[in-house]
Design a protein around this ligand. Structure first.
Ligand SMILES: Cc1ncc(COP(=O)(O)O)c(C=O)c1O
Ligand SMILES: N[C@@H](CCSC[C@H](N)C(=O)O)C(=O)O
Length: 431
């Protein structure tokens, strides 16, 4: 660790070097002296490692570990005994806080460049706790190409909570401007979007929103990129969240959500909602998520490398492919400027719903499944699956192609994936 602090940062590191982080407030709230002697963390931005190292290196988080275990223990307990009726220990009840979850949150805060991270029960519960910042009569501006479940929750808020929700083309800042008002509380961006893989200019939109709406928070759903490839908090966003069910965990063996913020007071408000509503991530799932995150960089690098090959292949065959790693993507340069890579989800059209169904049903390696970010490759038709909850007429208004196929590339051998896909495209009469 000390050797690293002697290293000179590269120009890029200097540019990206965030402030040295204090321990996550969730930990300071429960602060204790570690029972083992841990090396002190250099209080300098130089202690930041490169993203691949940060994924795997779980820094001492301040959570007590009597045995100095290499793998974070699973504190599978609902309650913690108190030493007396009046003295509370650092933890009392796992809804309010649990050491396994605290370890995870500390690690995630570092990856997300956040002051504080909260680990909760799903990506949707992440949006739910954020949306509780919005009062009746206030407004949310969201994209017009968004995950179907996000659209469903926003519709619920409009219908049941008297919150005004606007949908805008988030690729075009000028379509956002007229929707902003003193009542705007949240501007919600997905970038890349699910499933049309559109890109939002986070710095430009954050700049606009902060300059014109002092009450508004810019929220980015960073699920498609993961913190390994994109850090919205460094690009001007106030809140970032992920479905941890996807890349962060990587194996489709748990549901999780993660929220990160730069502002301590905002973190406290969101933590209040987590405790009040009881959506904190369970100890075993916290353990699994922490384990999954350690291999994030390796998985993402491989998945992305294969995705680039598959996108090139489909484009060469003449399909309309949506993937920000292709120069033909209308926001190729913008995406490069805000991220460290194009990721491993792409979508394409065949020109016919029947043909698309045939393709999806003719693959062997590619499982027909919702979700993405798993080590296994998945194929789906968003209009029939992940986005089926958006009414057909709304999908049409938003120009979501019914024949769209979404590919989520896993870690299998890319040649096998290509052969299987080519076989399915041939069977479906697309080649
Ligand atoms: C972009 C995006 N955000 C949020 C979610 C919600 O996450 P979860 O399924 O973990 O609730 C999903 C998928 O479900 C998603 O695709
Ligand atoms: N039946 C579920 C569908 C989940 S879709 C999961 C994921 N976000 C994706 O895009 O594939 C629902 O209606 O929520």
């Amino acid at each position: 660790m000390t050797a690293h602090t002697d290293e000179k940062p590269s120009a890029q590191q200097k540019q990206q070097a965030p402030q040295a982080q204090p321990p996550s407030p969730s930990l300071t709230a429960h602060s204790v002296q570690s029972s083992v002697s841990l090396p002190p963390l250099p209080a300098s931005p130089l202690r930041r490692y490169r993203p691949a190292t940060e994924c795997v290196y779980v820094e001492p988080s301040g959570v007590r570990d009597a045995y100095n275990s290499s793998s974070v223990p699973i504190y599978q307990t609902a309650t913690f005994k108190q030493s007396s009726a009046t003295e509370m220990g650092e933890y009392d009840y796992s809804r309010s806080g649990n050491p396994t979850r605290s370890h995870l949150e500390s690690h995630l805060a570092k990856l997300m460049r956040a002051k504080r991270a909260l680990a909760i029960s799903s990506g949707m519960s992440a949006l739910d706790i954020i949306a509780r910042l919005v009062k009746a009569g206030e407004e949310i501006v969201a994209g017009d190409d968004i995950y179907g479940g996000t659209n469903r929750l926003l519709t619920f808020l409009r219908e049941h909570n008297n919150i005004i929700v606007h949908h805008a083309d988030t690729t075009n800042i000028e379509s956002i401007t007229p929707l902003l008002s003193p009542k705007t509380r949240l501007v919600l961006l997905e970038t890349p979007t699910n499933p049309l893989i559109k890109i939002a200019d986070i710095p430009a939109i954050a700049g606009l929103v902060h300059a014109t709406c002092p009450n508004a928070l810019v929220v980015v759903d960073n699920t498609m990129m993961s913190p390994y490839l994109q850090n919205p908090l460094e690009l001007g966003a106030d809140i970032v969240y992920h479905s941890g069910t996807k890349y962060l965990s990587g194996h489709h063996d748990l549901m999780a959500g993660v929220v990160g913020v730069k502002d301590e007071a905002l973190g406290d408000k969101l933590y209040f909602v987590v405790n009040a509503t009881g959506c904190g991530l369970a100890p075993f799932d916290s353990f699994l998520l922490l384990r999954g995150v350690k291999t994030l960089s390796v998985r993402m690098e491989r998945q992305q490398a294969s995705a680039i090959r598959i996108a090139d292949y489909l484009e060469e065959k003449g399909f309309k492919v949506r993937y920000p790693g292709l120069k033909s993507h209308p926001q190729y340069e913008l995406h490069r400027s805000i991220s460290r890579g194009p990721g491993a989800v792409l979508s394409f059209e065949t020109g016919s719903v029947e043909k698309s169904e045939r393709v999806v049903e003719s693959t062997r390696l590619w499982a027909i499944s919702v979700s993405f970010g798993c080590v296994n490759s998945l194929i789906s038709m968003p209009c029939r699956m992940s986005h089926a909850s958006i009414p057909a007429h709304v999908r049409k208004e938003r120009a979501l192609p019914e024949d769209l196929i979404r590919l989520c590339i896993g870690i299998e051998d890319a040649d096998d994936l290509l052969e299987d896909l080519e076989n399915a495209l041939t069977i479906a009469g697309c080649l």
